[in-house]
Write a protein of this length. Structure first.
Length: 209
């Protein structure tokens, strides 16, 4: 069964307060999301494998560790997920970036994939799907489906704020997926918005309504 990791680091929680605040403007909101994504990337990479090499320091030779070359990819769910990509790339600059675009069918309200562009070596990479919000879980589930049907074997999901309903929905469909979140909120309201949440992440990132 996949695990749920809630990051209680003081810096993350402090910045998340201002991300939630309705008076935070677009520029500051964008910067804060970027910063929290970097802090979360520090935690999500904790289990990356290492290998030992020998180097020359200014004093002597030393055996020390480097990442063992595991291939990684970051996949934002368009459009709000884009706001988290640069923050993760600051710590994992060699990662490739894919994109998945989804829209909601007006009749069924289910997410439909309209765009997917991934690195060629899908089966060899560890994927991190990023999206600021995990509400009903529909978009996250469809993004995971999209990666799996293209051959992805290792997938993690990372978001700023999640509703319990969304976490449950992912694990109902994809029980092995690990979910990384900065805050687990109270619930969804009748319109599918996370309570207390932060509003519409895409609109707040890009200054749209």
């Amino acid at each position: 069964m996949g695990k749920v990791y809630v990051f209680d680091h003081p810096l993350i929680q402090h910045k998340l307060t201002y991300i939630r605040d309705k008076n935070t403007g677009t520029k500051e909101f964008r910067e804060l999301v970027d910063e929290v994504a970097t802090l979360m990337a520090f935690e999500i990479t904790r289990d990356l494998p290492l290998e030992e090499i020998e180097i020359d320091t200014p004093v002597t030779t030393a055996k020390t560790k480097v990442l063992s070359g595991k291939k990684m990819a970051i996949v934002p769910i368009l459009r709000a997920g884009i706001g988290m990509v640069d923050g993760v790339l600051k710590l994992i600059p060699a990662a490739k970036v894919g994109h998945i675009g989804l829209y909601r069918d007006p009749q069924t309200l289910k997410p439909i994939e309209y765009y997917a562009k991934l690195p060629a070596d899908v089966e060899e990479r560890d994927f991190i799907i990023v999206d600021p919000m995990l509400a009903t879980g529909g978009s996250a589930i469809e993004a995971i489906n999209s990666l799996k049907k293209r051959g992805a074997k290792s997938i993690k999901f990372m978001c700023l704020i999640a509703a319990p309903e969304g976490v449950q929905a992912i694990h109902d469909e994809h029980p092995e997926i690990d979910i990384y979140i900065a805050a687990l909120d109270e619930k969804l309201n009748d319109h599918g918005y996370i309570i207390p949440g932060l509003g519409d992440a895409g609109d707040r990132l890009f200054g749209t309504k």
